[in-house]
Ligand binder design. Structure first.
Ligand code: PLP
Length: 371
């Protein structure tokens, strides 16, 4: 036997570069009174969707359709994008990571706004590429001019999150179209539209038209938010070219999207009326939450999503507020973990959850020592 020379496993260099994804504190705590930390739907999946999942259970001894053929056909019918330009994934994060793997490598650059989705920095770290993070403007919106100006000969990928997580703001489609016009056609653009259903500035169907003129564009959508299916993991990419779709598939395992998720998504697409009602209910509660924050004298960004980005007063200790809320059974995300100190990202929950949050926050702000 050879002697053991080291107790340490030698990992790939990227393991040292990749930071751990900042999951919400207390996330495993399903008993929390208000789960407002992860931008989930407070409403359970639709009953018809649950029935479709049950029908699929008996076939779990079979692999899922690796091409997700039926689902992609439904998506093609729904959005008017050819099947060959639609990729589905194990959540849209799967497709995001695939885009990073397919496009980035050492020497390459990826440009995105910041603060934005916490998964974006992972792409550059995993690939050994350079990340260019462009600060938001004064209204907490993406600064598309600067993003476009940061493109160099090394840029392979630009990521635009609209509406932007965690700041909740959206930009008009015309601004995004103008930016696309400034990006060289060999640079891929991911438009992450996880929250597009909640955006009053544009209809979810509006951005589809951008694909026609931009083969380098990919729209990322998900069943995680408005459909309330984040526990199943399913999302999709509508691509401007077949080459993009093929590249996303090449870097992933063939069965990345499970059979139950495919069945659920197919069924969910048949219930657009219920989606509309869910959006309306969320928007009504979003207004209530914003009014409650204003009554506490707190500023928030102009939300076009199912969450609100709140600025805490100067004297506040963000960590103490988050801990104080958590002690009262209310889970939210601390801005510091998402790229901006002294802020909170609060998901629009049920009426009751929103009230619990506002009451707990009022208590903490009234007696700083209680925090
Ligand atoms: C929630 C979210 C997603 C969706 O992730 P899934 O993997 O589909 O659950 C994608 N992008 C952003 C910005 C998000 O906030």
């Amino acid at each position: 036997m050879t002697a053991v020379t080291s107790h340490r496993v030698e990992f790939a260099a990227r393991i040292g570069r990749i930071s751990v994804y900042p999951t919400a504190a207390g996330y495993g705590d399903r008993a929390a009174a208000a789960n407002l930390a992860s931008n989930e739907s407070p409403e359970p999946p639709m009953p018809e969707v649950l029935a479709a999942i049950e029908r699929a259970l008996g076939s779990l001894h079979r692999y899922p359709d690796p091409a997700a053929g039926r689902l992609r056909e439904r998506l093609a019918g729904r959005y008017g994008v050819p099947v060959a330009r639609i990729a589905v994934g194990n959540g849209s994060c799967d497709l995001l990571l695939a885009a990073g793997e397919a496009l980035l490598e050492p020497g390459a650059e990826v440009v995105y706004g910041w603060p934005s989705f916490s998964v974006y920095p992972h792409l550059a770290a995993a690939a050994g590429a350079r990340a260019v993070a462009v600060p938001l403007d004064d209204a907490e919106r993406l600064d598309l001019d600067t993003i476009a100006a940061e493109i160099t000969a090394a840029t392979r990928l630009v990521i635009v999150c609209n509406p932007n997580n965690p700041t909740s703001t959206a930009l008009p489609l015309e601004a995004i179209e103008a930016m696309l016009g400034r990006i060289p056609p060999h640079v891929a653009v991911v438009l992450d539209e996880a929250y597009c259903e909640f955006n009053l500035l544009a209809d979810p169907d509006d951005s589809i038209a951008l694909l026609a003129g931009h083969p380098n564009l990919m729209l990322l959508r998900t069943f995680s938010k408005v459909y309330g299916l984040c526990g199943l993991r399913i999302g999709f990419a509508l691509c401007g070219s077949e080459a993009l779709k093929r590249a996303l598939d090449k870097v992933r395992q063939p069965f990345s999207c499970n059979a139950l998720a495919q069945a659920a998504a197919i069924e969910a697409l048949a219930h657009t009326d219920e989606v509309t009602r869910r959006v309306e209910r969320t928007l009504a509660r979003r207004i209530g939450l914003q009014e409650g924050l204003a009554a506490l004298g707190l500023k928030h960004a102009e939300s076009q999503a199912n969450f609100v980005w709140v600025t805490l007063p100067e004297w506040c200790e963000e960590d103490a507020i988050v801990a104080g809320l958590s002690a009262r059974g209310v889970l939210v995300r601390a801005g510091g973990a998402l790229g901006r100190e002294r802020a909170l990202r609060v998901t629009v929950g049920t009426e009751r959850e929103n009230r619990l949050f506002l009451e707990a926050l009022a208590e903490l702000l009234a007696q700083p020592q209680a925090a």
